[in-house]
Ligand binder design. Structure first.
Ligand code: SAH
Length: 254
């Protein structure tokens, strides 16, 4: 995948490229991240990228010309990139959107700054994306969030490809709790089931915990999640306030 970012702060992305799975993905040629400096596409001495807002009002806007020129430049060196702009009024980013983006060969991300960008830039854009209901000072942190979630989904990026499947949201539910050694830490014990070696029971415990966490933290997700008959039964117990251990004691789970 090739990613082109149109930004007034290309250095912003250097740190991002140097760490973790993103760095590995770059090194193994699975992704290329090109931050394009918007100021390189200005024509005046001061490399002006912004201007006042028509109709009055506070702040400045990114001018259309440099963005269109930067976009033309990218079009020339790429095939048919899918173009995103980061906007607070865009569709709220989620795992499904990340999955769809991970299928694209080339992506352009236009980062707004100041009061935003001239509305005519929208004619270049396939999708407006927000990362949540709050206002950032620029699109760059949103671009980082989008890229990070997309890059880890690219085939071959995660060493254990399975870990994508057990992550929160992958099946519409939140993830289950995890523990590592020691089995007891400052008086806090790892749940017995996880030490049992009974894989079927562990699987059930994890499903129960996923459902419980989703019910408690994000009940809205349950409406869309694909739930089996067994899931619905577990959910009924959860709503009744039962713990997994109670269900074992009561013989409802074996
Ligand atoms: N005037 C705008 C806010 C501009 S914030 C308004 O009325 O909503 C400046 C830039 O930051 C935006 O152009 C956009 O690129 C980026 N930005 C701000 N909040 C964002 C969010 N929640 N998601 C994605 N990008 C955001």
């Amino acid at each position: 995948m090739k990613i082109y970012i149109i930004t007034i702060f290309p250095d912003y992305f250097e740190c991002f490229k140097n760490y973790g799975v993103v760095n590995k993905a770059i090194k193994s040629g699975l992704v290329e991240i090109n931050a394009i400096n918007l100021r390189d596409f200005t024509t005046d001495k001061h490399k002006t990228v912004d201007d006042v807002v028509y109709g009055g009002g506070p702040g400045m806007l990114l001018k259309p010309e440099p963005i269109f020129k930067a976009f033309d430049y990218i079009k020339n060196i790429s095939k048919n990139p899918y173009t995103i702009i980061t906007e607070p009024w865009g569709k709220t980013f989620n795992q499904e959107m990340a999955r769809k983006l991970a299928e694209k060969e080339e992506i352009v991300i236009i980062c707004g700054r100041y009061e935003g960008v001239d509305e005519r830039v929208k004619t270049l854009v396939d999708e407006e994306i927000s990362i949540g209901d709050y206002i950032l000072s620029g699109g760059e942190p949103a671009a980082l969030v989008i890229m990070d979630s997309v890059i880890r989904l690219l085939p071959g990026v995660l060493s254990d490809d399975e870990s994508k499947e057990v992550d929160s949201f992958s099946d519409g539910l939140l993830g289950y709790p995890n523990y590592t050694r020691p089995a007891e830490f400052r008086g806090m014990k790892v749940p017995e089931v996880l030490l049992s070696g009974n894989h079927k029971l562990i699987e059930k415990w994890r499903r129960f915990q996923k459902l419980k966490r989703t019910y408690k933290n994000r009940p809205d997700l349950l409406e869309k999640a694909k739930l089996s008959v067994e899931d619905r039964q577990l959910l009924k117990y959860i709503i009744e306030g039962k713990e997994f251990e109670d269900l074992i004691k009561e013989g409802k789970i074996a």
